[in-house]
Write a protein that binds this ligand. Structure first.
Ligand code: SAM
Length: 243
């Protein structure tokens, strides 16, 4: 069944009026008719089974016939602090990270980031949010991951990232993600820091460790930054997300 996130205001009791962009997709792209069933999500973690009652040029209206908690949200809240990279690679991380289970993205400006501009244009923010929303719909998430405005690494560390915090560093002394997460109590939040194409500077890693983060290895081979983000996110999910 096709899935769509809408704002909670679209609901009035059981009646849901689909916003224009989704209405257009339903009518013109998917060519659904009255009587078809879709899934609508209001980004609170619940999903509604909706039967389309009116599909015409004026509006697309549905009736919610069932409501249930979405079973697909990860059981750990993963914040991915990702150093800014070239546009296509960064957007790839947003899309695939959403599929894997990241709940919150924080774009980072680090010493060696190719992109040093902390102010992003509104158009880019909207484009990134659209990529995340579509990936959340496609991967059957119950909530859309949130996107923080870009920060410097120093700002992110000063804001005290949720612990346990991991910083992937190719010179880490052999500590693995399993080594940090595999023992003891299962944490509800994890922070994961991934560097830019040129990697983190040693003093950045020292500052992160000072802030309580653990430097972890992702293995003997050096991964591209976008590969590292997805491998490390998947390893966190593998350790902590109950299937
Ligand atoms: N400049 C580094 C070099 O050439 O040796 C490579 C940096 S790597 C392309 C980009 C980021 O991915 C790193 O900052 C780190 O966060 C992560 N990364 C890649 N491979 C890793 C590994 N084997 N262990 C830990 N982190 C890794």
């Amino acid at each position: 069944m096709h899935r769509f996130f809408v704002a909670p205001e679209c609901f009035a009791g059981d009646r849901v009026v689909l916003p224009e962009q989704i209405a257009h997709q339903i009518r013109k792209v998917l060519r659904l008719r009255a009587g078809a069933a879709i899934v609508v999500l209001d980004n609170t973690g619940c999903e509604y089974e909706v039967l389309l009652r009116q599909v015409d040029r004026q509006q697309v209206v549905g009736e919610a016939v069932a409501k249930r908690p979405c079973p697909n949200e990860p059981s750990v809240y993963l914040t991915l602090y990702q150093a800014l990279m070239k546009r296509d690679k960064f957007e790839w991380v947003l899309q695939k990270g959403t599929e894997i289970g990241v709940s919150h993205f924080v774009p980072l400006v680090t010493q060696r980031s190719l992109v040093q501009d902390i102010d992003i244009k509104e158009g880019k923010q909207l484009r990134w949010e659209k990529i995340i929303t579509e990936a959340a719909e496609q991967s059957r998430r119950g909530c859309i991951p949130s996107l923080h405005p870009p920060q410097t690494l120093a700002e992110a560390l000063a804001a005290q990232p949720p612990q346990p915090g991991l910083i992937a560093w190719e010179e880490a002394d052999g500590l693995t993600i399993r080594g940090v997460l595999g023992d003891g109590e299962r944490p509800s939040h994890v922070s994961l820091f991934i560097g830019p194409e040129g990697g983190f500077a040693a003093e950045e890693v020292a500052a992160a460790q000072e802030a309580g983060l653990k430097a972890v290895t992702l293995g003997k081979r050096i991964l591209r930054a976008e590969t590292a983000a997805l491998v490390a996110s998947a390893l966190v999910m593998h350790e902590l997300d109950i299937i």
